[in-house]
Write a protein that binds this ligand. Sequence first.
Ligand code: HEC
Ligand code: HEC
Ligand code: HEC
Ligand code: HEC
Length: 165
Amino acid sequence: MKIISLCLFAIIAFGVPAFAAHHDEYPVSTPPFSEGIFPCSNCHAGMEVNAKRRELKDEHTNIKLHHAENERWCLDCHNPANRDKLKLANGDTIPFTESYLLCGQCHGNIYRDWKVGIHGKRVGYFKGGKRVYFLCVNCHNPHDPKFKPLKPEPPPTRPERTHGR
Ligand code: HEC
Ligand code: HEC
Ligand code: HEC
Ligand code: HEC
């Protein structure tokens, strides 16, 4: 696991887990990307950044922003310089596995509830006895997050994960 190897690296290199003081990290489910979309840099590395608010015509035409869209646009959440990362309001970049930090900036109460398991969902992961948190985006579309009761039960399950329950 990446977090574990990073952690080991930090312990070996610095004697202490370097991220411990950095910010909260939780074991989470896989970000629910569409097939083939990640890494974003496959296309975006070398592509010019177009920060203009506009209707996208050449790509991502399925994304219709409906999330406080009058106050913000794509690059308030996506990092223009490296599209494989998200961007917080303070300019820090975070991986997609920590998108809850992005959401938590504005939905602080829900984020607190999520951390303690009141909002959202956690499942025991018996191999290694770890708990896994579902990301906010496993249940809410970040571009149009209002919960749609007609959607099928989130999150998408994969066989290897169902077995861990
Ligand atoms: C509120 C923050 C936010 C805004 C605003 C936002 N995004 Fe996203 N976007 C996210 C997050 C978080 C994810 C990651 C979802 C996941 O983990 O699978 C994402 C995922 C994506 C993906 C991958 C989608 C897929 O099919 O897997 C694309 C492409 C994308 N965003 C493009 C855009 C574009 C273009 C805009 C503007 C029209 C935009 N985003 C606006 C937060 C945002
Ligand atoms: C297949 C190539 C491709 C992939 C993969 C891709 N993009 Fe894009 N993206 C584009 C193109 C082309 C545009 C410009 C579309 C337009 O202007 O109509 C764009 C535009 C955007 C924009 C609007 C801002 C800008 O710079 O134009 C955002 C935000 C964005 N992409 C995010 C993402 C994210 C996040 C991912 C990965 C989760 C991703 N893209 C993956 C091709 C891609
Ligand atoms: C910059 C502040 C900001 C960020 C970051 C943000 N949101 Fe929101 N969100 C809002 C605002 C403001 C609204 C209410 C307006 C609207 O629904 O368009 C909202 C609405 C919502 C709703 C609908 C609430 C309802 O009434 O049903 C959900 C769910 C939600 N956000 C989830 C998320 C998730 C998940 C993320 C992270 C991917 C996120 N938000 C990131 C500001 C934010
Ligand atoms: C397991 C699925 C799941 C996860 C994970 C999840 N949510 Fe929700 N969320 C829901 C459902 C279902 C509702 C609708 C509840 C209702 O209508 O009573 C909801 C409602 C909301 C609302 C609107 C309700 C309100 O009280 O204003 C916001 C905002 C929100 N979620 C944000 C988040 C954020 C931020 C995260 C991550 C920190 C998150 N959610 C994680 C399923 C989830």
